[in-house]
Design a protein around this ligand. Sequence first.
Ligand SMILES: Cc1cc2nc3c(=O)[nH]c(=O)nc-3n(C[C@H](O)[C@H](O)[C@H](O)COP(=O)(O)O)c2cc1C
Length: 196
Amino acid sequence: MTTTPLRLAVIVGSVREGRFGPVVASWIAAQAARDAGFEIDVIDLAEAEIPLALPAVPPAMEPNPPRPAGMRDLSERLGAADAFIIVTPDYNRSFPASLKAAIDWHFTQWQGKAIAFVGYSGASGGLLAIEQLRQVFNELDAHTVREYVSFPRYYLLFGEDGQLHAPEEPEAQAQAMLGRLRWWAEALTAARAVAA
Ligand SMILES: Cc1cc2nc3c(=O)[nH]c(=O)nc-3n(C[C@H](O)[C@H](O)[C@H](O)COP(=O)(O)O)c2cc1C
């Protein structure tokens, strides 16, 4: 058990106008706030400047490439996090390009950290995006947590007020996921401290 709270970044992966992502991010942030051991930072990718044109040298080789001024806040907050929850829809059976660009602009900010997922969309509930993200984060030398939360046909599950009609089951899934995320984040935070 750590004495300092783990810094948990909840990332809103979609950036389109009228998106639903912030509602799901608020919900999982509230679930995480039930555990006083998490210090929560909700990161909205729509607020960052994330060009599709990547730096000349990959961040895996050059951890501090020249980045746009509008990305500085994002890079610092990713770097400060001990663990992540990525909130993602399915876009054409994958995850949004905004998320891929944010991932690809960074490397050490993800490396050796624990990552969990909350998905939502039509029939597939974000699961297709989540499965692909697991592959991507493997290359980033990050650990993805087995447990997840998925909202298929989310528009039937959430009310106009952003609250779930039947919260019990998703809340139980969230707490199970958060428990494992905490376990991995504590282990990896300790391991990173030894390696540093
Ligand atoms: C470009 C695009 C592709 C989509 N592809 C899928 C899909 O493959 N499977 C699915 O279930 N829903 C799909 N949807 C529906 C989205 O999951 C749904 O619109 C969701 O609200 C998107 O998240 P957002 O509102 O945060 O942008 C797609 C939506 C968009 C905009």
